[in-house]
Design a protein around this ligand. Structure first.
Ligand SMILES: [Zn+2]
Length: 104
């Protein structure tokens, strides 16, 4: 790997870290808002589903941040292949390459 590529990768990772942190902040704020709401009984299921989905999204983003910190970010957790940057740009918390994701 040349120095240029190393610098580019470091900048790209720093950018992804910022994006994931912003995502975490957003989900945290949403959870605070959701916790402050007492839904109508008719909306209770939808409210629980939204809280669950938001918690899951927060966990996904948090785990992705941890993977950046320990150097596992961008590597498929099933086959060990590099996940293309284009995929991570669209789905920053992706844990699997496209092939493994579609096989799940
Ligand atoms: Zn894979």
């Amino acid at each position: 790997m040349t120095t240029f590529e190393t610098v580019e990768r470091a900048e790209w990772l720093a950018d992804m870290r910022l994006r994931l942190r912003a995502t975490c902040d957003e989900h945290n704020a949403n959870l605070v808002d959701l916790a402050a709401i007492t839904p109508d009984p008719s909306d209770a299921d939808a409210h629980i589903a939204l809280v669950t989905a938001t918690r899951q999204a927060l966990a996904d983003a948090t785990e992705a941040l941890l993977r950046i910190e320990d150097g596992r970010y961008g590597t498929c957790q099933r086959c060990g292949a590099a996940i293309p940057a284009e995929r991570l740009d669209i789905l920053p918390h992706a844990r699997f390459c496209v092939a493994c994701q579609s096989r799940r």
